[in-house]
Design a protein around this ligand. Structure first.
Ligand SMILES: N[C@@H](CCC(=O)N[C@@H](CS)C(=O)NCC(=O)O)C(=O)O
Length: 258
């Protein structure tokens, strides 16, 4: 399927969640030690946690645990006691948590000035997240759900993305299928000037950017702000464009059955 059509479907799926996972706080202090999330991209419960990470502008080491995966599922069981996802590990506080509602509540209390989250609306959130996940069905099943044979990278990759980004989703799904660990650098929008296609936005809004940490990093280091942006230190690669990133990931990490 073409990158554009795939993105259009993902854009449509985002409406089921009312674009949650798009906007971010501009003032969250990054924790000293990066959070770890054992995650399945296609899992609707994991999606809710990833939305919160975007909204609180928190980065995380994503450890993909797709069905029949072999790279991080054993580690997840050793850390938490069972293979259930999402599983959050916060080494800053010695916290190991299952259950999306509990994880979301924890993240808000710990990183958003102590505000508690009510669990009352959580079932509704799960339902709409499941509706969004249904739209991830492509020929061959859910994307981002099952492992593919892959080569393990020596060190984690790095991906700039925000949860609702329709072009980032297929990249995260492929990284999950290939069981590639990555530092998720969340790039939620910091305000209304962050909306619109990059070319249009950069022409229209000149001057000081009041934006989020990772968007500023992209602007300062690459001269543009667009997601997804992949950095792979294993091969000295850094690239924009989801279609090119997908081809790169397959070329570098997918093992073909002969
Ligand atoms: N109530 C849990 C439900 C989590 C759940 O059912 N996760 C599924 C994936 S969507 C899972 O862990 N399945 C086991 C597996 O994939 O092995 C939550 O909200 O976190």
């Amino acid at each position: 399927m073409s990158t554009q059509i795939d993105a259009l479907i993902n854009l449509f799926a985002g409406t089921a969640r009312l674009w949650r996972g798009t906007l971010a706080h501009r003032h969250t202090e990054p924790p000293a030690k990066m959070l770890k999330l054992y995650d399945i991209e296609a899992c609707s419960y994991c999606r809710l946690v990833r939305e919160t990470l975007t909204e609180l502008d928190l980065d995380a080491m994503i450890l993909p645990c797709p069905k029949n995966g072999t790279r991080f599922r054993g580690e997840a069981r050793a850390v938490g006691g069972k293979t259930q996802f999402p599983l959050l590990v916060d080494d800053n506080t010695g916290t190991v948590l299952y259950e999306s509602a509990d994880i979301i509540d924890y993240l808000h209390r710990r990183y958003a000035r102590g505000k508690r989250r009510s669990a009352l609306l959580h079932p509704l959130a799960v339902l709409s997240s499941q509706a969004a996940s249904v739209l991830m069905i492509r020929a061959g099943g859910f994307t981002g759900m099952r492992a593919l044979p892959s080569r393990a990278p020596a060190q984690p990759l790095e991906l700039f993305s925000f949860e609702a980004s329709p072009f980032s989703k297929p990249v995260r799904a492929r990284m999950c299928e290939l069981e590639l660990p990555y530092r998720l650098r969340n790039t939620g929008k910091g305000g209304w000037k962050d909306f619109g296609p990059p070319g249009f936005r950069d022409t229209l809004f000149k001057g000081e950017m009041r934006t989020t940490r990772n968007r500023r990093w992209l602007a300062d280091n690459t001269g543009q702000v667009q997601v997804p942006y992949l950095i792979d230190d294993n091969t000295g690669t850094a690239m924009y464009e989801s279609g090119d990133i997908l081809k790169y990931l397959d070329r570098t990490y997918l093992l073909h059955k002969d």
